[in-house]
Ligand binder design. Structure first.
Ligand code: 6R9
Length: 656
């Protein structure tokens, strides 16, 4: 593979100077210190993680074995024999020490409706909800679905489950009723926690109605607990439906935390893979919590008086790790943002930074690209001098967006952390450390402590050991926050992550390692596509299309897009008797209905034929080239069963 493009001299941004004398000194203060600590973490992982786990977490019973098992068998465990409770770690210990410290700043959809929740109040609310869950007969090992907008009660719901050892399965509130139903069914959830309605960008989302549709086909659900967010009239069937405020009022504000084993499940989170069926990624208590807490502290260089603002949604892993578990485990103040970057104006992010004096700000490259398009005038006029670290996650950041973030937002004084990780990795695995690692726009730079990334030759699976190489990204040795399994499908876990390259964890991403050992994530090599930081599977969208009565076949591809990294394009053929009565709009609606609005294709082409190999495989590569208007690069067409359909496809795309 050519590596020429890796040799372009990229501007190396030095670590920023400390801003003022009162700026805290970063924990890791130089490249030498990073390298020394990194080396220790790799040569003595047991010592390294063992010490960190003792220092950062509160244990009811200490662990004896730091790590056992490995990638060959897929039977990794961390901190066996240890006992702890995630909620105790995230709430109780801080509430005891500093009950008035603000845990959550809720920045509501409307800018004038902020709420501040202290650790003391959070503990009481979590306990009341935990007692409510207990009274409903829920217990350790059960699963509960959480389908809530970005309100503090969502955090309360996470933590009340964790207090009792109930496995929470949060479903992003943008998913449709059908997608929610599938996730409730797969996890056999006994309860759904939701809201009457949601508010986002000035619009109302009919959350409870979506839940009502979903649970019709979910016999395991015994109750729906409804938080009142807007107070509008909604359909409500007691005693199946229960009001959050009425139930919590009945219960005491203290509940003893359940003592959990390190390897007991903490939560499930569904994510897209290369087949149509989403995977329930399972994280366990101690390993996940340690990964979240440690990366939060070091990657964002969190210090005790900081205000941390992660703009993600709690429905995705970024929200789990860097709105909830990472910050709260460190006793930090975390911002929960209900709105969008452009509501009511494209200055909203910077208003929030100014208003709450945010010190670390974390968002997705797609949001930065969007705001860059709106212009720097929307950033000017706000005091952003509280910021020290500004981060990105979810997709590669292009150098133009990086530079804009660095100059216009960070005023060339903040460290940018481009954090690479996945739902499966639980926490960041490749990322700069703000005080130590010089950055290059577009590179996630170097591995976090204890992570040994490798570049593999995609065909032979051989490790490409030198620098200046391109290949696929894998990790050599287990680390605490890696997901342990796919819920009820360990076989699929082994197949997806551990079998392709024996002895390694395979990320599904391709990567380059440059002459300085810096990593450049290139994108997925499987059928997963990244649209505005949302992870989607082409197969999942195809199966949504195919369930429409008129669709015969569907092929979905990710096409390069300036704003959203990839845009979804779909090619479909129709069953002859529906050919005159179905149009593109019907098919877009179908995807919105089955998955959710965020998965709707940007373009749908209804065509007579799809390009296939002689064995009947759809050649998506050709459709991608045609969609990207690169017809001159279609490559070898000789394997196509009918090459004559190509000009018609080109014409269709050109004329659309
Ligand atoms: C945390 C999260 C994971 C996929 C991952 C990769 C892409 C995430 C990235 C990045 C380039 C970064 N990705 N961070 N690509 N640079 N800094 O996003 O989890 O939703 O599971 O997505 O996102 O392709 O494999 P998830």
């Amino acid at each position: 593979m050519s590596t020429d493009h890796l040799n372009i001299e990229v501007m190396l941004h030095p670590v920023p100077e400390r801003l003022t004398p009162s700026t805290p000194t970063p924990y890791v203060n130089s490249m030498e210190q990073y390298q020394k600590l990194y080396k220790e973490s790799i040569t003595h992982p047991t010592l390294f993680w063992g010490k960190l786990a003792k220092d950062m977490l509160h244990w009811h019973k200490p662990f004896e074995t730091v790590v056992s098992g490995g990638f060959l068998e897929g039977d990794v465990t961390w901190f066996a024999e240890g006992e702890l409770n995630a909620t105790y770690n995230c709430v109780d210990r801080h509430a005891k020490e500093n009950p008035d410290k603000i845990a959550i700043i809720y920045e509501a959809d409307e800018p004038d409706q902020s709420r501040y929740i202290s650790y003391g109040v959070l503990l009481r609310d979590v306990c009341r909800l935990a007692n409510t869950l207990k009274s409903l007969g829920l217990k350790k090992g059960d699963t509960v679905a959480i389908y809530l907008p970005m309100v503090p009660e969502a955090v309360v719901a996470f933590l009340a489950c964790a207090r009792l050892g109930i496995i929470h399965s949060v479903v992003f509130a943008g998913f449709s009723a059908e997608a929610l139903r599938d996730r409730i069914q797969d996890a056999s959830s006994r309860l759904v926690i939701t809201a009457d309605e949601g508010r986002r960008g000035g619009k109302t989302i009919h959350t409870k109605k979506i839940v009502d549709t979903a649970v019709k086909e979910c016999p395991t659900v015994e109750h729906v607990l409804v938080f009142r967010r807007t107070g509008s009239e909604i359909p409500f069937k007691a005693p199946y439906d229960l009001w959050w405020h009425e139930e919590l009022e009945k219960h005491r504000p203290y509940c003893v935390p359940e003592v959990m084993n390190s390897e007991d499940p903490l939560f499930l989170l569904y994510t897209s893979g290369s087949t149509g069926k989403p995977k329930g990624i399972l994280h366990t208590t101690a390993g996940y919590l340690l990964g979240a807490a440690a990366t939060f502290k070091y990657v964002f260089d969190y210090h005790p008086n900081d205000i941390f603002g992660c703009m993600a949604d709690i429905g995705w892993i970024t929200g789990h790790t860097y709105i909830v578990y990472g910050p709260l485990c460190n006793g930090a103040t975390t911002v929960l943002f209900e709105s969008t970057p452009v509501y009511p104006t494209p200055s909203r992010y910077w208003q929030i930074v100014d208003k709450h004096k945010i010190t670390q700000f974390y968002t997705a490259p797609t949001a930065i690209r969007l705001l860059r398009r709106h212009g720097r005038e929307h950033v000017e006029g706000y005091d952003l001098s509280s910021l020290r670290v500004i981060g990105t996650v979810g997709e590669p950041i292009n150098p133009e967006a990086w530079e804009w973030y660095y100059e216009v937002v960070g005023k060339k004084k903040c460290a940018i952390v481009d954090t690479y990780w996945q739902t499966e990795t639980g926490a960041a695995i490749i990322s700069p450390l703000p005080g130590a690692i010089p950055t290059k726009p577009g590179s996630a730079t170097l591995p976090f402590f204890g992570i040994e990334p490798v570049v593999l030759d995609p065909i032979t699976g051989q490790e490409l050991k030198s620098n200046n190489v391109e290949g696929v990204l894998a990790v050599k040795k287990p680390w605490p926050s890696l997901a342990r399994t796919i819920y009820n499908n360990h076989h699929r876990y082994l197949d997806t992550y551990l079998s392709q390259y024996k002895g390694y964890y395979f990320t599904g991403d391709s990567v380059g390692r440059d002459k300085d050992g810096y990593y450049w994530i290139r994108g997925r090599v499987d059928d997963v596509i990244n649209v505005a930081g949302h992870r989607l599977s082409t197969a999942e969208i195809e199966s949504a299309l195919i369930t429409h009565e008129s669709v015969a076949e569907a092929a979905v591809i990710g096409v390069k897009d300036d704003l959203t990294t990839n845009a979804i394009h779909a090619f479909t053929t129709l069953k002859p008797r529906f050919a005159d009565t179905t149009d593109e709009k019907d098919l877009i609606l179908q995807v919105r209905k089955v998955i959710g609005p965020f998965a709707a294709p940007k373009k749908i082409y209804i065509v007579n034929d799809l390009p296939k190999t002689r064995s009947g495989k759809i050649m998506r590569r050709i459709l991608r080239k045609i969609s990207e208007k690169e017809e001159d690069q279609l490559g070898d067409l000789s394997t196509l069963s009918d090459p004559s359909i190509i000009p018609t496809l080109i014409e269709k795309v050109r004329n659309s």
